[in-house]
Design a protein around this ligand. Structure first.
Ligand code: PEP
Length: 251
C-alpha cells in the first residue's frame, strides 16, 4: 500500500441489520480496544435506519459511519430517497455511490452517480465511488475499458476538501467467493491510479483505491498488500465483528 495514503477498510452492510445488529458494533469496538490501534480508517455503512444509533456506538470507538446511497438533490419530493445532508445529520462521514447492485437494481448510470457524488461532497461527505466490470466484460477482454469509462463519467471534476475514494469491485467477485488474481487486481488498480493522476495530478495520487469483492480474513493480507490497493470495501465479512476485525488487522 502506498505509505502516504491512510488505508480505509469500509464495511457495506447492504440491506442487512436491525437494532439487534448494533451488538455486533459494540463487539467490534471491544475487539479494537483490546488490540493495537488499527493502521487504517475503519468505516461501517449500515442501512439508513441504523445510521444514527450505530454512529452513537461507533464514534466513541473511532469507527466512522457512512450511507449506502444518496439522492442528487438535498431534499424535496422524492419518496423513499435520502439526501446527502440527511446522512451527514445522522452522523455519516462517507457514502457509497454507484455500487454495482444499485447500477443493476436501479439502472443507475455513471452520470447519475456523478451527480450524487457532487451532492455528497456538497454535504461534506466523502463519496466512495464504485466501478467494476461484469464477468462477460472480463471474459471478452473489456474490463479495463469498462472501468475507465465508468471512472471518467462517475467522478466529478471538483471534489476539494473532503476528498473521494474509488472502489474497484469486479461484479462477478461480489458475494461469490471468487476473486481476481493478484496480477489482475494490480493491473486494474494501476490503471485507475494512472487515470486519476492524469485527470487530477497530485490529488489523484492521494485518492484511496479500495478493492471489493469477496474480501475475507483468509485473503485480506495478500490482497491488501498489492500495490495501489489502499484498503477494502467489504460486504458479507463486515457483518460479523470477528471477520471484519480480522480484515482490519490484516492492514
Ligand atoms: C460489496 O458488495 O461491496 C462486496 C464487496 O461484497 P462481498 O464482500 O460480500 O463480496
Amino acid at each position: 500500500m502506498a505509505d502516504k495514503i491512510t488505508p480505509l477498510i469500509a464495511g457495506n452492510w447492504k440491506m442487512n441489520g436491525t437494532s439487534a445488529s448494533l451488538a455486533e458494533i459494540a463487539r467490534l469496538a471491544g475487539l479494537l480496544a483490546a488490540g493495537p490501534p488499527p493502521r487504517c480508517t475503519v468505516l461501517i455503512c449500515p442501512p439508513a435506519t441504523l445510521l444514527a444509533p450505530l454512529t452513537a456506538i461507533a464514534a466513541p470507538a473511532g469507527i466512522l459511519t457512512g450511507g449506502q446511497d444518496c439522492h442528487p438533490r438535498p431534499s424535496g419530493a422524492h419518496t423513499g430517497d435520502i439526501g446527502a445532508p440527511m446522512l451527514a445529520d445522522a452522523g455519516a462521514r462517507y457514502v457509497i455511490l454507484g455500487h454495482s447492485e444499485r447500477r443493476a437494481d436501479h439502472a443507475e448510470g455513471s452520470e447519475l452517480v456523478c451527480s450524487k457524488a457532487a451532492a455528497a461532497i456538497g454535504a461534506g461527505l466523502t463519496p466512495i465511488i464504485c466501478v467494476g466490470e461484469t464477468e462477460a466484460e472480463r471474459r471478452s477482454g473489456d474490463a479495463e475499458r469498462v472501468v475507465a469509462t465508468q471512472l471518467a463519467a462517475s467522478v466529478p471534476g471538483d471534489w476539494g476538501g473532503c476528498g473521494i475514494a474509488v472502489a474497484y469491485e469486479p461484479v462477478w467477485a461480489i458475494g461469490t467467493g471468487l476473486t481476481p488474481t493478484a496480477a489482475d487486481i494490480a493491473r486494474m488498480h494501476a490503471t485507475i491510479r494512472q487515470l486519476l493522476e492524469a485527470r487530477f495530478g497530485a490529488a489523484g495520487a492521494g485518492v484511496p483505491i479500495l478493492y471489493g469483492g469477496s474480501l475475507k480474513p483468509g485473503n485480506a493480507r495478500d490482497i491488501l498488500a498489492i500495490e495501489n490497493v489502499n484498503g477494502g470495501l467489504v460486504g458479507g465479512a463486515s457483518l460479523l465483528a470477528n471477520d471484519f476485525h480480522a480484515i482490519i488487522s490484516a492492514v
